[in-house]
Write a protein of this length. Sequence first.
Length: 78
Amino acid sequence: MSQTFHRFSELFAQLGLPSDDQGISHFLTTHAPLADDIALPDASFWTPAQATFLREGLLQDADWAEMIDQLNIALRAH
């Protein structure tokens, strides 16, 4: 089985968000820190489609899971 590795910017593009360094930085600055008691896909700033993508990516351990985990960590930074 082959596994595809994605870059952080590709995850942002997949989510329909600005994927350049400035856009990623702005998103993280705007939405961090995410409270520890809120699961990443349940955060209020996602659209239903984005939340579904994140939830399914984690549940299915899809090839996006590593980048989703990195996004989760980045949004929890204080």
